[in-house]
Write a protein that binds this ligand. Structure first.
Ligand code: NDP
Length: 312
């Protein structure tokens, strides 16, 4: 059977570039949206050319030009969007409404995977402001997809390893200390950490799998469901040294909120829900969802200890 043709939007991004690599590695005919707006951003241009040399097709289209988006999506079966959605970098989740319009008009797309890849926004109805903007915007996009009758898969990827393991689950850190760590609350809430390349691999596996049609795919690699204390223990074992530990109550954690920049406030809210409330692991996946490591046991995912060896 011929492999699906895949268009990746946001293909030079932190996650998007890995999705491109996974798509090529899986033998899909891979198309990447090339936005004229990137101008003379030499690193993006260089990356796009390198993907082209590996067999990808570059398709010029702009979010400001509806026709170009329609023409781009007409060339493929599957659209994966990995547009930005982290305020400390940039946040353009609602731009996807233009992509939804284009997919609706084109009428040929068999599956759309919008830019999700985090906490399941459908479970965050009571999330704290201003961080809830991420979940609210992702839900606006979901509503548009479902109202347009576009077949979809939502990927709930939990914690990107680079942010959360790199920083031993501490906001504002992406490299682990060899001296000390601040435990959030009792440090015992479970979270779920996934290597970004594994997120891309599972995503590509799901794109034409009937079991994930119109469902949420949750990434829960069983060995990677760990508390902050367990992550710290793994790091201590790797460096052969115990870290000094202090703790931060939820009130202390939230107290600086009003003095922070907006983007930092959003991040603080997200860490609060993950590390104090345990919002990623405190529910059972129901009928609306599937779990990636169960569907694709052949994926040899990176366990936390192996991931963290890079920092030693
Ligand atoms: P990036 O910040 O790397 O941006 C991705 C792409 O978005 C860029 O490469 C660019 O695409 C596109 N983009 C940026 N600005 C614009 C604009 N003005 N107009 C059009 N396109 C634009 O994104 P991430 O990889 O960090 O995030 C991707 C997804 O992953 C988001 O949904 C985010 O919420 C989620 N995420 C989840 C995390 C977790 O821990 N669970 C952590 C980080 C992200 P182009 O290639 O065309 O230039």
């Amino acid at each position: 059977m011929a492999k699906s043709k895949v268009l990746i939007v946001g293909g030079t991004g932190y996650l998007g570039k890995r999705v491109v690599k996974a798509s090529l590695a899986n033998g899909h005919d891979t198309y990447i949206l090339q936005r004229p707006e990137i101008g003379v951003d030499i690193e993006k241009v260089e990356m796009l050319i390198s993907f082209k040399m590996q067999g990808a097709h570059l398709v010029t289209a702009s979010f400001d030009d509806h026709r170009s988006l329609v023409d781009a999506v007409k060339r493929v079966d599957i659209v994966i969007c990995a547009i930005s959605g982290v305020h400390i970098r940039s946040h353009h989740i609602l731009l996807q409404l233009k992509l939804v319009d284009a997919i609706k008009e084109a009428g040929n797309v068999k599956r759309f995977l919008p830019s999700e890849f985090g906490t399941d926004p459908a479970r965050m109805k009571n999330a704290m402001a201003p961080g809830r903007v991420t979940f609210d915007d992702k839900m606006v996009v979901r509503k548009a997809i479902e109202e347009a009758g576009i077949p979809f898969t939502y990927v709930s990827a939990n914690c990107f390893a680079g942010y959360f393991l790199g920083g031993l689950c501490q906001i504002g850190h992406i490299l682990p200390s060899r001296d000390s760590v601040v435990l959030l609350g009792d440090g015992n809430q479970k979270a779920i950490y996934v290597d970004e390349d594994d997120i891309a691999t599972y995503t590509i596996k799901a794109i034409d799998d009937p079991r994930t049609l119109n469902k949420t795919l949750y990434l829960r690699p069983p060995q990677n469901i760990l508390s902050q204390r367990e992550v710290v223990q793994i790091w201590e074992k790797l460096i052969g040294k115990e870290l000094k530990k202090s703790t931060l109550s939820k009130e202390e954690f939230l107290a600086p909120m009003k003095d922070l920049e907006y983007a930092e406030q959003v991040g603080l809210c997200h860490y609060y829900h993950v590390c104090y409330e345990g919002c990623l692991a405190n529910f059972e996946i129901g009928e609306e969802g599937e779990e990636a490591s169960k569907l694709y046991p052949e994926v040899n995912y990176t366990a936390v200890e192996n991931y963290m060896k890079r920092y030693v």
